[in-house]
Design a protein around this ligand. Sequence first.
Ligand SMILES: NCCCC(=O)O
Length: 816
Amino acid sequence: MSAPDLPTSARVVIIGGGIVGTSVAYHLGKMGWTDVILLERNKLSSGSTWHAAGLVGQLRTSANITQLLGESVALYKRLEAETGLATGWKMNGGLRLACNADRWTEVKRQATTAKSFGLDMQLLTPKEAQDLWPLMTIDDVVGAAFLPTDGQANPSDITQALAKGARMAGVTIAEEIGVEAIEVEHGRVRAVVTTAGRIACEKLVICAGMWSRALGQLAGVNIPLVPVQHQYMVTEPIPGVPRNLPTLRDPDRLTYYKEEVGGLVAGGYEPNPIPWAMRGIPDGFHFQLLQEDWEHFEPTMNLMLGRVPALESAGIKQLINGPESFTPDGNFILGEAPEVRGIYVGAGFNAFGIASGGGAGMALAEWVAKGEAPYDLWPVDIRRFGANHRDEGWVRTRTLEAYAKHYTMAWPAEEHASGRPLRRSPLYDRLKAAGAVFGEKLGWERANWFATDGEEPRDRYSFERPNWFAAVGREHEACRERAALFDQSSFAKFELVGRDAEAALSWLCANDVSKPPGTLTYTQLLNARGGIECDLTVARLAPERYYIVTGTGFATHDFEWIARHIPDGLEARLIEVTSAHAVLSLFGPKARDILGALTSDDLSNAGFPFGRVREVTIAGAPVIALRVTYVGELGWELHVPAEFAATVFDALIEAGRPHGLALAGYRAIETLRLEKGYRAWGAEIGPDHSPLVAGLGWAVKLRTNQPFLGREALEAQRAKPLPRLLAAFTVDDPAIVLLGRETIYRNGVRAGWLASGGFGYTLGKPIGYGYVRDPAGVDAGYVLSGSYELEVAGARVAATASLAPLYDPQMTRVKA
Ligand SMILES: NCCCC(=O)O
């Protein structure tokens, strides 16, 4: 299409003609959206798609992201027949090697995860692996996993085929058109100004690879990604390389391989990656590569030679050095930008662009067309980022760490190491002095556990019991037996104020928040499908003022969800107040005695019952005290003005001394809440789970006649058998380590997988939570009548299911 033919308006404008942009165009076309134009500044695939290696692996740690990658495979299988264009798609399977005991455990756990998600990943002996990949040495190989449905494709060909499919469906594709500006009005996209004129649009989709960050900035949208140099070599044909050679990942050597024209494509993820274009991507960078850097590639090459000796004598056609987009957490970026309505992003594919492109395009097209993702895509959702992700330097530092960890062991509970500390609570130094070992979330340093009695204050990761196991047990016990103090200052906090605050929240919340000031409500916020979008504590401070508390990692997501779903015309303003309050959570049977020593306010059960909020004076500080719990014990969350935090902390420590008060961290919170059965958003609950299947029906106001978002879906779901139900599972052998994603068998038949796993120190047992599924419907009788096993790293262990909380089901301790 030439410039004069460019339309002046389109319902959807897509920027970027790589695999993701063309996939969005293809899927929108298939959905009947034809008033769509894709703009490519040069030629299709000319950015980074053309030099992608083209491996298509499917298994991820999230079931839904694995499903999304499976959508890519399904699409690539049919695309050639549909469009008449070759795609280079081959379902030659994917091999993954393990070369030490820990890696073998990881691989066995991955095979179990695959089973949980419905993929048939086979565990192989070294010899069986070599039979599939004869060129490799196996002296150091302990075992391997093989996924027969993985494959590879030709990135440029796939892109052309998607573009043809999009055109066949009526979508317009315009090459040689650059974007100069994005017009935003009242927080909504209005138009794109191109090198060939202005195009008014309802929706704009940015799929421009490493150009996406700068494009987002044109509209005030943050897309935290970094171009990083990535090298792989392409060899001449090598004798003994068959055309159906599986792809191979050798993570202990940080390398990957695929067959190409009888030779190999071989690349790696080095520990010292090199960022690119720190001052912006040069103009005219199309179908270009960077200077080959043999010196930098040499360690990778040496690792390869140890695995594939035939490379010694193979001719090297080319060393490709192509910059690709990487992100701070190694996951790609999808969804509607929280900053501007109507701007959608599909970018930052971390070298998985070809594996993800088909499915990501499908998901993003649905998001654009229907206003929501087809299913829960939280691990890749653009709203997972926060204030820390706005700084370019921080993003680069963390992204280079993520690149370097591409193939390293993914340890349970592993923390990032770089870009720390960034956000510190006012109590950080005190906690550090007390032996805190910190983790990090959204830039916040948070005490995970406390090393005492000569313990080394650092994490030593393991698939068995880690080095913090005993310390967390001590903190757990202190909370159950005496009292524990947790710094939860990183909680995201908002206020909703205004004449219609109650009406707005009543529409948004599944639970009843119309109760008088001084009350607290635990509630979910639902989508139209009845799925849980947010999981909150809502405190009514005054008739027109609500205080909302949610998890650290959900600050952007929950703020955006609430702000966007306040019905038009209501006077209610949402204000972010996270930084104003430190949070000290005091829980345990001695909590009342300790707090009582610091205040003259009435803390008795009658004077300050469970589920209430009060302003109290603690050690001279005006504190919002919430009588609530996430650990299953008596206690209060104390929301303290930041400048009083240290004073209140010191006073609590002093008052707690005679009662055996202990400092405790987030890992203790996790074990305590697992025992008590409190749900965590992003683990057991999320947009695909209604409160009814999650066992949270008690927190829904269906017995009132109040309308609320998601009510109709819940009523429809209630009228039929439930498709699944969340249950707790315990295992008698305390040495079993449950991490989540273990397969659930009911009466010998696969019935689901664990969404979360951990250890209950009071019970003395491993605990996991998972949905028991049956297409015919599930109820409590069905769940409780089953005989259960869990598959853990390939081995089955007997388990017991429960629907009631495993600890204090009568709530006697919480309401003491
Ligand atoms: N772009 C290389 C992909 C490597 C992998 O799929 O593991």
